[in-house]
Design a binder for this molecule. Structure first.
Ligand code: MLT
Length: 266
């Protein structure tokens, strides 16, 4: 069921009385990247997947976004839907949002699931690269940026075997509002590091990384996972930076197994 909360488009599936899982997508995508998870988990969970401000069908506004504002949006959805101890599951930029939300108030969450993400803030060179990307969108247009950026999110095997899906994801990314895309780059560029907080996370955590992820490689994610006291780490074979989309069977099994272990499984 589609709802609009705080000018954000929120898609809910499953019974509202079930344990909630909130899915937060990566950049530059929208909530549909979680389709393979929602279709499976909606049987037993209340699945909430939303479009981050400026992306998908959510309101763009002035595009002066910060990670802090993205987290405030997440909290507004949690209170708007009256979710009790939801599990949050974020991929890449969605993971940055989830980690900052946990740093702010982990007590409201049952568990944390991190996919293809990291806790560190952008280095100076990464910040400069973000500036270049904003400039590229201004000068050459969004399509050029997407054609360069999005294919790097997939592993070679997926591009070869599932070219139709890759094409669809690229086409959808090209239809985003360039202002919203640039605003997301600004929010990622100015975000703070959550690395120092990792050791304080007391909620159960699962970290999943695609074996061929070049944006947030397995070494980086493993290192992050090792700093979180109760964190299970899994490497998804045949996947790049979009493991839930590229290898949904593996990721769904990992999530399902984790949920059983923490006492909310089926
Ligand atoms: C994402 O997938 O959300 C982005 O690649 C994250 C980033 O650029 O840091």
């Amino acid at each position: 069921m589609r709802k609009v909360i705080n000018s954000l488009v929120v898609e809910t599936s499953g019974k509202q009385s079930n344990q909630a899982i909130v899915f937060i997508h990566g950049f530059p995508f929208d909530h549909t990247m979680w389709e393979n998870q929602v279709n499976v988990f909606k049987k037993n969970y209340y699945c909430v997947a939303y479009d981050i401000r400026g992306l998908g069908a959510s309101y763009v506004g002035d595009a002066q976004y910060t990670m802090q504002a993205f987290v405030a949006d997440l909290f507004s959805i949690i209170s708007g839907l009256n979710l009790k101890n939801p599990i949050i599951c974020g991929l890449s930029m969605g993971g940055y949002i989830a980690l900052r939300a946990v740093e702010l108030n982990q007590n409201i969450f049952k568990a944390l699931i991190l996919c293809d993400t990291k806790a560190d803030a952008d280095t100076d060179s990464a910040k400069l690269a973000r500036s270049e990307k904003i400039n590229q969108i201004n000068v050459d247009g969004l399509e050029v940026f997407i054609d360069e950026f999005v294919p790097n999110c997939f592993c070679d095997e997926f591009i070869k075997e599932k070219s139709k899906i890759v094409f669809e994801v690229i086409a959808k990314a090209k239809s985003l509002n360039p202002l919203g895309v640039k605003g997301s780059l600004l929010a990622m560029m100015t975000r703070t590091s959550t690395s120092d907080y990792l050791k304080n996370i007391i909620i159960p955590t699962l970290a999943v990384c695609g074996s061929f992820d070049t944006l947030t490689p397995t070494t980086v994610m493993r290192n992050m996972a090792e700093q979180i006291p109760y964190c299970e780490f899994a490497v998804a074979p045949r996947a790049g930076h979009l493991a839930p989309l590229e290898n949904p069977e593996f990721v769904n099994d990992a999530i399902g197994g984790f949920l059983k272990k923490i006492g909310v499984g089926f």
